[in-house]
Design a protein around this ligand. Structure first.
Ligand code: SAH
Length: 343
């Protein structure tokens, strides 16, 4: 079975060259609107020809949890019954969808629930498109005009699924499809340096975020195994290259862990390593996930941000949206898998 969302409109026109373009456009619109065959106005003949060979709706909503602040957490099912997550955030400057790029993750970060069961498989580009379509449809959003931002910050490491993620970015920004502006897309990586260089050369105008979480390689190695492969200095050089290529401000994510990365020396080191880069530091309060790492208090986090600002570093404390609905990366999926196992 092929997933139709893996293709652009032009590729589908070529693929189904026996059909008039407007028929193919109907198929394509169904993909964008997150519809399955029965919900479309495609003719019986076309449906009969397509259905045995092609998946029209690759992602289905199986559960939605709505938080007090309106944040919606989605459990999404793929055609092979694998489960991924997505989040829909209402913000005053527009809606944001946070999406996954892999089923699970193999990066092994100590604080992150997505990595607990390892990586099951990569998502195809069409499955990423399908998760956006499914979440949009659930929110009554029919056209790209009604939603604004996409962040690739859910489960998985985008640069560990590089080719499909690049294909997804091409599909989602295509003017015939969702037509999302590159400026409204952010991609978060734990810092696969060779891929940052490769990606920089593609000149996407998207915001690149790096999960830093430590200011020395020694400390970073204790919480993020990827630090054994790439040093912080190498990451910073790669980001400088990214910035030269596309002039975008880069973002560091910095999750505060009590007694690990929140000292005054960390602030000074952050000052040093960010100098020469146009960047922003997104400070996050750790969601302890029941693990051994401890969160700081909100007050300590606010102080950390204030100290960064005092040192001339642009930084904000991320609002913790959806914390009442297992909002952090991979938590809901991990919980659901556990429950299924014990049933
Ligand atoms: N693999 C990518 C994207 C997924 S993680 C990356 O590493 O950037 C997205 C963000 O959520 C990262 O900054 C990650 O560090 C953060 N995160 C994961 N688990 C968390 C937790 N328990 N509490 C707070 N933030 C968390």
């Amino acid at each position: 079975m092929e997933i139709l969302a893996d293709f652009s409109l032009d590729e589908l026109v070529e693929k189904f060259n026996g059909l008039p373009r407007f028929r193919v456009k109907q198929i394509f619109d169904a993909i964008v609107q997150g519809k399955d065959y029965a919900e479309t106005n495609l003719s019986k003949e076309i449906i009969a020809a397509l259905k045995p060979n092609y998946i029209l709706k690759p992602v289905e909503v199986v559960k939605v949890l709505t938080g007090k602040d309106g944040t919606k957490k989605y459990l999404l099912k793929l055609h092979d019954n694998n489960i991924i997550e997505g989040v829909f955030l209402h913000q005053n400057y527009g809606n944001t969808i946070c999406m996954s790029t892999q089923v699970g993750c193999r990066m092994g970060c100590k604080f992150c629930a997505s990595t607990i069961g390892g990586r099951v498989r990569d998502l195809s580009a069409g499955e990423m498109v399908g998760s956006i379509a499914a979440i949009n449809a659930d929110n009554g959003i029919k056209t790209a005009r009604n939603f604004s931002n996409i962040v690739l910050m859910g489960s998985g490491e985008p640069f560990d699924n590089y080719d499909n993620v690049v294909k997804f970015l091409n599909l989602i920004t295509n003017k015939d499809g969702f037509n999302v502006s590159e400026r409204n897309i952010s991609l978060s990586t734990c810092g696969l340096v060779d891929k940052i260089y490769e990606f920089a050369r593609l000149n996407f105008n998207i915001t690149l975020c790096v999960s830093l979480h430590a200011t020395t390689d020694e400390v970073r190695k204790t919480i993020m195994p990827i630090a054994n492969r790439y040093s912080i200095a190498e990451i910073v050089s790669a980001l400088k290259f990214y910035q030269q290529q596309n002039n975008r401000r880069v973002v560091f994510e910095y999750c505060l862990i009590k007694g690990v990365n929140n000292t005054q020396q960390d602030i000074l080191r952050l000052k040093n390593l960010t100098s020469g880069l146009i960047c922003h530091v997104n400070v996050i309060c750790l969601n302890p996930n029941g693990g051994s790492l401890k969160a700081t208090t909100r007050k300590e986090a606010e102080q950390f941000v204030a100290d960064l600002n005092k040192n001339g570093i642009s930084a904000t404390l991320r609002r913790s949206q959806g914390s009442d609905i297992e909002g952090a990366c991979g938590m809901l999926r991990a919980k659901t898998l556990n429950k299924t196992k014990s049933e």
